[in-house]
Design a protein around this ligand. Structure first.
Ligand SMILES: NC(=O)c1ccc[n+]([C@@H]2O[C@H](COP(=O)([O-])OP(=O)(O)OC[C@H]3O[C@@H](n4cnc5c(N)ncnc54)[C@H](OP(=O)(O)O)[C@@H]3O)[C@@H](O)[C@H]2O)c1
Length: 294
């Protein structure tokens, strides 16, 4: 689906609001937009708290033409016990944002997760594959995307997976710091997915907006792997393979409150048809490993 070619000449004259600018993906957008000298309004708490009326009043006053919503309740295990909070941020606030976006004519970009799928497929999940979220976080994100797409606002829902960046809380940084401490690592080898560099995701999302993409798109790094394989690549990339042992284990050996899909590879056809092949995760990972923040 295509919208009114709002951004085909770039973002220059448009008012952009970046909600969740402090998060891992939010920071990638801050970097990406700043490098392009594109002005944006960083939406941060407490002013831009999606659970407060003030946030929506401010947006109504600011009248942005583009809203990038990088805010979410992202604690997958925590959501099992705090499902209401996850739904408030990931579903109800997204609906409210979408209704407001429709009213003020803003284009709304929201991010979704590979965890909306059941994980039983043997082939990458297409954008229109039936969803069957298996944990509280995924259910809240699934409802958010459904409401967004039904709201009638101009919207782009970008599903992604396994985000990592030189900053923020993510698997790559956790493995890197354990490896640097010389810890022995046991990592699950029975969940397959696509790691995704947050910077690559930010860049690709902006390119999709410029190409008038609307509806659901999947954006990940190319290729696929298990968490174990990703951990091995991190240790290898840091030159620590002689010092640290990485061993595979099963999800059953590593019990966690939230169930995660065994297979959550997102199909990238629509995105790649517009923008060309996504760079392989090993390429993006190498670029990130050289810049890991302490
Ligand atoms: N991380 C992954 O592996 C992954 C995978 C698939 C999809 N995603 C999706 O990608 C998007 C970005 O994730 P991320 O990893 O960058 O998240 P993150 O690092 O956990 O950042 C979350 C952001 O949301 C903000 N936030 C939380 N509650 C809020 C509220 N009530 N009002 C306003 N802001 C609030 C946080 O602000 P404070 O700094 O104030 O707390 C922070 O800026 C999310 O939609 C997530 O669901 C992530």
């Amino acid at each position: 689906m295509h919208h009114k070619k709002k951004f085909e000449k770039g973002f220059g004259e448009h008012r952009i609001l970046l909600i969740g600018a402090s998060g891992m993906l939010g920071r990638a957008f801050v970097k990406e937009l700043s490098e392009r000298n594109t002005h944006f309004i960083p939406g941060l708490r407490p002013d831009f708290d999606l659970l407060k009326d003030r946030c929506f009043e401010l947006i109504e006053k600011l009248r942005p033409q583009l809203i990038l919503n990088c805010a979410a309740y992202t604690d997958v295990n925590g959501a099992e016990a705090r499902e209401q909070l996850a739904f408030a941020v990931n579903a109800y606030a997204v609906r409210r944002l979408a209704e407001l976006a429709r009213r003020i004519g803003a284009f709304l970009v929201n991010f979704g997760t590979d965890y909306v799928f059941d994980g039983r497929s043997q082939a990458p999940y297409r954008v229109d594959a039936p969803i069957a979220p298996g944990n509280a976080y995924a259910r809240s994100k699934a409802l958010g995307e459904r409401w967004l797409l039904r709201s009638g606002c101009e919207a782009l829902q970008v599903r992604t997976s396994w985000l990592y960046a030189p900053w923020g809380k993510n698997f790559v940084r956790t493995i890197a710091s354990c490896a640097m401490e010389g810890a022995r690592l046991r990592v699950v080898n029975d969940q397959r997915g696509r790691p995704t560099s947050a910077e690559h995701l930010a860049r690709t999302t902006l390119a999709l907006i410029e190409r008038n993409a609307q509806g659901i798109f999947h954006v990940c790094d190319g290729g696929e792997c298990t968490w174990f394989e990703l951990a091995q690549a991190v240790v290898r990339g840091l030159g620590l393979e002689g010092h640290v042992r990485v061993e595979p284990c099963t999800s059953a050996e590593w019990p966690s409150p939230a169930r995660r899909p065994a297979y959550s590879v997102l199909d990238l056809s629509e995105t790649e048809a517009l923008l060309g092949p996504m760079p392989h995760w090993t390429t993006n990972l190498a670029h990130v490993l050289s810049r890991l923040e302490a």
